[in-house]
Ligand binder design. Structure first.
Ligand code: UDP
Length: 411
C-alpha cells in the first residue's frame, strides 16, 4: 500500500507562532483562495532559493493558493554566464559581451516557449537567471522579480542592461531595505525564512546525530567548528580555514567544511578543488548534498561559522540559530539582520576576529548556550516560513484592484 504523505501545514505552526497569527494568515489566504501562482527559478536544490521555494510552494497550496514551481534549464555555458552575472550583481567584475547577452536571452527564450505562463494570476521570477522571461509573453497578470542577492554594490553596466527586463515587472522584491535601487518599479522587502519541519531543521535524536557524523567519519572527540555553504568565494571558505588555524593554537578543535554545488553554479567545483590541499586530519572538507548531515552538524557543532563577505540573507545562519547553535557570522548583508552581536551570536569582519570568537565560544559553554537560546527565539519570532507566506499573501492582496478590473468589476 502506498504510504500516507505527511506535508506540514499551517496548523503545525500553531504551537510555534500562536493561534492568533495562524487565524490571521488563514483569513488572508481565504480571500485569495484559488489564485494561480507560478514561481520560476533555476535550480531545484543547492542554495537558499530552492530551500525556500520547496516548503513555501507547498504551504501556499495548503492554504488554498494554487502555487506551482518551474525550474528553467540551460547548458553549462548559460549557467557560467548567469553565475558571472550573479557575482557582478554582488559587486564583482564582468565582461558583458554581446555574445553573453545573446546566449542569456536565447536560453531564457527557449524556456519561455516551453513554460506556457499564460493563465496565471501571478508570476514570480527569482534571481537573474530567468529574469528576461517576461519579455517573451504577452503579460496578462502581475509579474514580480524576486532578487535574493546582496545588491549593495551591483555592477553598473550589468544593472543598466538588466533594467530593460527588471522594469517590465510590476513589483521587485529584495531581501533587505538597504538593497533598494533606483527603479520605476515599486520595491518591497521580504526577509527569507526557514521550514522548521524539514529534514534539515526538525529535531534529531542524539543517536541519529551520531549516526550521521559517524557515516562521514567525522571525529567528535574535540569540539567541532563548522561552516556549511555552497563552495563559493563570497562565503570565504579559505578565510574560515585561516581563522580555524589561528584558533586551534589556543584550543584544540576540528573544522568541518561541508558544501554542495548547486546545478546553476558552475564555479563550485573549482572552489572546492582549490581548498583540497588544505585538508588534514582536523580539517575535514566534504562536498555532499546530505540534508540530514547539515542538521546533525549544526546541532552537534560547538561553533557554527558563516564567514561570508557578501550574503543576500544567509539561510545557513537562520538554520543554525533555530537549532540553538552558537553562530559567528560575517558582518555582511542579511547576516547582520539576524545576528545581534554579543546577544544571539557574534558578527565578525576579519579573520582575527573570527578566530578570537571561536576561542571564546569553545572555552565558554554557558556563553554558547545563552547565545543559542536567544538565537532560537530570534528565528521563532521573525524567520519561520509562515512569515514569508504572509508577506506573499499581502503582496497578492495589494494587487486586488487589478483582479477586480480584469474580472470586469468596478475598481
Ligand atoms: N546547503 C545544503 N548543503 C550544503 C550547503 C548548503 O543543504 O552542503 C543549504 C543550506 O542548508 C541552506 C542553503 O543551502 O539552506 C544555502 O542558503 P544560503 O541563503 O545560506 O546561501 P546561498 O547558497 O543561497 O547563497
Amino acid at each position: 500500500m502506498p504510504h500516507r504523505h505527511n506535508l506540514a501545514t499551517i496548523e503545525d505552526y500553531r504551537p510555534l507562532i500562536g493561534s492568533a497569527v495562524v487565524e490571521r494568515i488563514r483569513e488572508k489566504a481565504d480571500m485569495l483562495r484559488g489564485l494561480h501562482v507560478a514561481h520560476i527559478n533555476s535550480t531545484y536544490y543547492g542554495g537558499g532559493v530552492a530551500e525556500i521555494l520547496s516548503p513555501l510552494t507547498l504551504l501556499m497550496n495548503s492554504v488554498g493558493v494554487m502555487t506551482g514551481w518551474r525550474v528553467i534549464q540551460g547548458a553549462p555555458d548559460f549557467f557560467s554566464i548567469t553565475k558571472k552575472m550573479h557575482n557582478a550583481l554582488q559587486g564583482g567584475a564582468i565582461n558583458l559581451s554581446p555574445r553573453k547577452c545573446r546566449i542569456y536571452e536565447d536560453i531564457v527564450y527557449e524556456n519561455a516557449v516551453r513554460n506556457h505562463l499564460h493563465d496565471h494570476d501571478f508570476v514570480i521570477v527569482h534571481d537573474p537567471q530567468p529574469l528576461p522571461m517576461v519579455v517573451n509573453y504577452k503579460k496578462n497578470c502581475p509579474w514580480v522579480w524576486r532578487c535574493h542577492l546582496d545588491l549593495t554594490n551591483p555592477h553598473r553596466e550589468l544593472w543598466e542592461y538588466l533594467l530593460q527586463f527588471i522594469e517590465l515587472h510590476d513589483a521587485v522584491v529584495l531581501s533587505l531595505e538597504e538593497y533598494r535601487q533606483r527603479l520605476r518599479t515599486p520595491q518591497l522587502f521580504f526577509k527569507p525564512c526557514i521550514d522548521p519541519f524539514s529534514i534539515k531543521n526538525r529535531d534529531m535524536t542524539a543517536e541519529n546525530i551520531r549516526e550521521r557524523l559517524d557515516h562521514y567519519h567525522i571525529p567528535t572527540d574535540l569540539p567541532i567548528v563548522t561552516q556549511i555553504s555552497r563552495f563559493d568565494r563570497w562565503k570565504d571558505p579559505a578565510g574560515v580555514i585561516e581563522a580555524f588555524r589561528l584558533a586551534r593554537e589556543e584550543v584544540p578543535c576540528t573544522l568541518v567544511l561541508l558544501g554542495n554545488v548547486a546545478t546553476d553554479d558552475p564555479e563550485g567545483g573549482e572552489v572546492y578543488t582549490s581548498l583540497l590541499d588544505q585538508r588534514e586530519e582536523r580539517i575535514i572538507i566534504i562536498s555532499r548534498q546530505d540534508t540530514a548531515l547539515v542538521n546533525a552538524l549544526q546541532r552537534h557543532a560547538a561553533v557554527v561559522i558563516q564567514k561570508s563577505l557578501r550574503e543576500g540573507f544567509g539561510l545557513t545562519v537562520t538554520e543554525a540559530m533555530w537549532k540553538g547553535a552558537a553562530v559567528i557570522g560575517g558582518n555582511a548583508g542579511g547576516i547582520s539582520y539576524q545576528i545581534e552581536d554579543g546577544v544571539n551570536g557574534f558578527l565578525v569582519s576579519t579573520i582575527e576576529e573570527a578566530a578570537d570568537r571561536i576561542v571564546r565560544l569553545i572555552r565558554d559553554k554557558d556563553l554558547r548556550s545563552s547565545l543559542g537560546k536567544a538565537a532560537r527565539e530570534q528565528v521563532r519570532e521573525n524567520f519561520l516560513m509562515t512569515r514569508l507566506l504572509e508577506d506573499y499573501l499581502d503582496l497578492f492582496a495589494s494587487f486586488e484592484t487589478i483582479f477586480r478590473l480584469r474580472d470586469g468589476e468596478e475598481a
